[in-house]
Design a protein around this ligand. Structure first.
Ligand code: KE4
Length: 425
């Protein structure tokens, strides 16, 4: 038995499923998860000492690669001055100022400790600001595990949702309307029917939780127009896309100004940090200024803030995103070319430093299309790449991530490994 297998058996005795977040359990792809012992740059080593080139990067935060020296040093220095105060610090002000400078749609921002906290708080804020209860989300988009967001589409079109998780009260879920991603007409129809009672629309501006689905230009534009027309709050959930798809995040890439934005992952550089922010008139409704309550013992934690500040400063280096975007495109173009050469039904695409690979003839543009892709083929590919020392996201319905630490040689080796797998059939 390998050390990984031993650890997985042991972990399952005290931790549900042996993991602290479900997707890590490999249930979608099968087999035992890898327990990581160390990471450096683009690489990780598992409990058996096996080395992998990592394309998960802790699900997006590690845009600089594992154990980035500057980030680690900043966290160490902060730690020497105290781990947490539960009181304001200068560094939090510096990070808030940097975030509102980098994200022009944000006039004010509140720091929290996870993406879930950010989206949960943004939803409550939108409801408090508008005095309305209904929210709109899209099937296949994941916004963390806040109750109102663990909802799946209702039985009939435009009927309110049902819980997608046990423990979510039906009478809460029925305030959530779940529509189809990239369906602008469906959104128009929903607003025609529910516009007066809709508090907000929350969307992943580039979907990354049903694998990568790129937005159709008219989809985001319609969303902006309809929210303005009906007085609903437009929330861009940029937890994954924030500072990942470009220097201006997805809102900068597509030129759409949301009313609120949520961030996580990259903004914490691998440490627990999330943020939500936006229009001043909305943000001033948040306690202690306004009636919408939100709080957190470790919000703005000095170590997370230190990691976030270094990360956001380093990604602002000239050419950082041009290089990351080009490298990621080289990866997906190389994978697609290898599959085509070998006659494998496969496609791939990237947006900035995130990418999707699909066992489908063309990149899916909707939840239904991604669900029709060949999941078993992906799972076989995943394990063949894993055996070869390449760690992809352990699910056909997750996006992948490239870091600044991945070298051209790493990308070339990844393409060569995939080519050999495609050739083997
Ligand atoms: P966290 O609470 O996990 O920090 O953030 C929740 C969240 C919110 N919004 C978006 C767009 C997200 O992608 C996420 C979290 N993403 C998943 C990856 N699919 C995190 C991995 C996991 O759940 O373990």
């Amino acid at each position: 038995m390998t050390r990984n297998e031993e650890l997985f058996l042991r972990a399952q005795k005290t931790i549900p499923g042996g993991v602290n977040s479900p997707v890590r359990a490999f249930r979608s792809v099968g087999g035992a998860p890898r327990f990581f012992a160390r990471g450096a740059g683009p690489r990780v080593w598992d409990a058996d000492g096996k080395e992998y080139i990592d394309y998960v990067g802790s699900w997006g935060p590690l845009i600089l690669g594992h154990a980035d020296a500057d980030t680690v040093r900043a966290v160490q220095e902060a730690a020497m001055k105290g781990l947490s105060f539960g009181a304001p610090t200068e560094a939090e002000v510096e990070l808030a100022e940097l975030l509102v400078q980098r994200v022009p749609s944000m006039e004010m921002v509140r720091l929290v400790s996870s993406g879930t906290e950010a989206t949960m708080s943004a939803i409550r804020l939108a409801r408090g600001f508008t005095g309305r209860d209904a929210i709109i989300k899209f099937e296949g988009c994941y916004h963390g595990h806040g109750d109102s967001l663990l909802v799946k589409a209702g039985s009939g079109l435009l009927t309110f949702g049902n819980p997608s998780s046990a423990g979510v009260p039906a009478d809460l879920a029925q305030h959530t309307l779940v529509l189809d991603y990239n369906d602008a007409q469906g959104l128009r129809d929903a607003f025609a029917k529910h516009g007066k009672t809709t508090a907000c629309v929350i969307v992943e501006p580039v979907a990354g939780n049903m694998n990568l689905i790129a937005p159709k230009p008219e989809f985001l534009a319609a969303m902006r127009e309809l929210c303005t027309q009906h007085g609903a709050v437009l929330i861009f959930d940029e937890v994954m896309t924030g500072f990942r798809v470009g220097p201006g995040s997805a809102q900068g890439l597509y030129g759409i100004t949301p009313d609120l934005s949520t961030f996580g992952k990259v903004v914490g550089g691998g440490m627990p940090l999330g943020a939500f922010g936006g229009r001043r008139d909305i943000m001033e409704k948040i306690a202690p200024l306004g009636p919408v309550y939100q709080a957190g013992t470790l919000s703005g934690n000095p170590l997370s803030v230190a990691a976030g500040l270094v990360t956001l400063k380093k990604v602002a280096a000239p050419g950082f995103y041009d290089a990351l975007t080009a490298k990621t495109k080289t990866l997906v173009d190389g994978l697609a070319a290898a599959a085509k050469k070998r006659g494998v039904k496969f496609s791939a695409q990237s947006v900035g430093g995130m990418f999707g690979v699909y066992f489908a003839a063309t990149p899916p543009t909707s939840y239904a299309e991604i669900m029709a892709s060949d999941k078993e083929a992906f799972n076989r590919f995943f394990h063949a790449m894993l055996d070869g020392g390449f760690y992809l996201a352990p699910s056909a319905f997750e996006a992948g991530f490239v870091s600044a630490a991945h070298s051209d040689a790493d990308i070339a080796a990844t393409i060569a490994a995939a080519d050999a797998i495609f050739a083997a059939g």
